[in-house]
Design a protein around this ligand. Sequence first.
Ligand code: HEC
Length: 170
Amino acid sequence: MGGGRGCASGAAALRPAFSARRSARLSCERLMSLMFHTAIAGLTCSAFLILLSSSSVSQELGRQGSDAASGELIFNNACRTCHTTREGDNRLGPHLHKIIGRKAGSLPNYGYSSAMKGADFVWDKEKLARFIANPDEMVPGNSMKPYGGLSSADNRAKVIAFLQSLTSGQ
Ligand code: HEC
């Protein structure tokens, strides 16, 4: 960058003899402006590349993360009156920590209905989706009441993404 300063002081020294050395001063300015524009272009370009690469890397993770995040809001509205996601913290309903992969009706310290206790399956994403769409169709005679249901399949998927994020720790 010493060249830049050289040009500036050179231009000041040239001022008295402006007309005589005009062409020299012009080419000096041209050089400086060229350097300036190259630097700006370089900066803009690398900023753009950083943006590009970071967004493409995090795109997939970002989508899963945002489903889980909006799923948490839906969970708070539709489930949290009766359920927590903290291990061992049973309320009106059993806690849902690591519910995916857990056998239905299997917590030892929660008083399930006999229907849920006798349900012979392990919770996976598909079973959860069916249950929260219509608990009685999935486990007839269960005591998850009063439950208004989640009519939107999109919202059911988001709640499940949220519950899954607690299961897998992601
Ligand atoms: C009005 C309270 C209430 C609401 C609201 C509610 N639940 Fe429940 N839930 C219960 C009760 C009570 C049980 C136990 C049912 C039984 O023993 O038959 C239960 C059981 C469950 C089970 C079975 C757990 C196990 O250990 O096998 C799952 C899964 C579940 N609920 C998910 C949800 C989800 C997800 C939501 C929100 C979309 C929700 N519940 C909303 C009260 C509720």
